[in-house]
Write a protein that binds this ligand. Structure first.
Ligand code: GLU
Ligand code: ZN
Length: 290
């Protein structure tokens, strides 16, 4: 089977170093296996979208020489497919309405409070999917073995939000399958989400892709460089430095002389020397200036 990788940014702000790392790693992992690399805009969480961020991200990727195959898929255009997936779970009697507030749950595993309540649809509600005690196992290509018992560690999780939006897990799983993604390379902050996604893949009879969860770039305080924490956007004027810093972060040990080369040369060097084994087996790595 030919390799298909993807980079799935949320257009909540310009590209920053943390997301460049995921873009470079997913690109190199696909291209070093002569595969395709797709870009998907995870823009379903509309309240978090920032106007113009999608085009700014795509422009930065082009400046970095990270050209994608096929057309960019926008999740905002995929509502019908997500609804179909939710309908399938409804048909299997796996969904129920939940009216609990986030405050009531205090971030703990959801104890199934609304499982048997039979809430009417008049009340504002989220939809949760029934989980079970069966352990979900993952053999991550970077982080190694990871196991989760969804019922005790996560609880029945939300697949359709109370504000009417489809939940991230549904959209991701439906689109990864639709795009025939064979290998998902993304930040280790999503490792904890992966068993939920594998569980949904099983319910939908989808093939599960391979997973590689990268160390996440954090600041001195240990916070993920993210748009929420106002991580500095990357400098579109200096893609060479950005690429070299990303390759270095990923343990690829780029040749110092590459600093005098152009973007294309660095991309070619990266593909040729790419090795997943060299990526530090860590879940976070501190980066100096953010
Ligand atoms: N859109 C998500 C993010 O920007 C990534 C989703 C994924 O890779 O599954 O964090
Ligand atoms: Zn509830």
């Amino acid at each position: 089977m030919s390799v298909i990788g993807r980079f799935a940014p949320s257009p909540t702000g310009p590209l920053h170093f943390g997301s460049v790392v995921a873009a470079v790693a997913s690109y190199m992992q696909a291209k070093s296996q002569h595969g395709k690399w797709l870009v998907r805009m995870d823009d379903i969480d509309t309240p978090r979208n920032q106007a113009g961020a999608d085009s700014s991200i795509l422009k930065s990727l082009e400046i970095l020489g990270l050209y994608w195959d096929d057309k960019v898929l926008f999740q905002s255009h995929r509502q019908a497919a997500y609804q179909e997936a939710l309908d399938l779970l409804t048909d299997k009697n796996l969904l129920y309405r939940c009216t609990c507030t986030r405050k009531q749950l205090q971030g703990k595993a959801y104890p199934g409070t609304c499982r048997d309540k039979g809430h009417s649809s008049d009340q504002q509600h989220a939809l949760r999917v029934l989980c079970n005690q069966q352990a979900i196992n993952l053999n991550d290509e970077i982080q190694g073995k990871f196991q989760q018992n969804l019922e005790t560690e996560i609880g029945d999780f939300i697949v359709h939000r109370a504000d009417g939006l489809v939940a991230y897990h549904i959209a991701t799983v439906v689109d990864d399958a639709w795009q025939n993604i064979t290998e998902i390379v993304r930040g280790a902050d999503l490792l904890d989400s992966t068993p939920r996604q594998i569980y949904l893949q099983k319910l939908f009879n989808y093939h599960s892709p391979a997973y590689a969860h990268l160390p996440v770039a954090v600041d001195k305080q240990g916070y993920k460089l993210s748009k929420q924490y106002h991580a500095k956007p990357i400098d579109d004027e200096d893609p060479v430095t950005t690429l070299l810093l990303a390759l270095e972060f990923l343990g690829q040990d780029p040749d110092k002389l590459l600093a005098q080369e152009n973007v294309e040369e660095i991309i070619q060097w990266g593909i040729k020397h790419w090795s997943l084994e060299k990526i530090p087996r860590l879940d976070t790595i501190e980066v100096k200036s953010s």
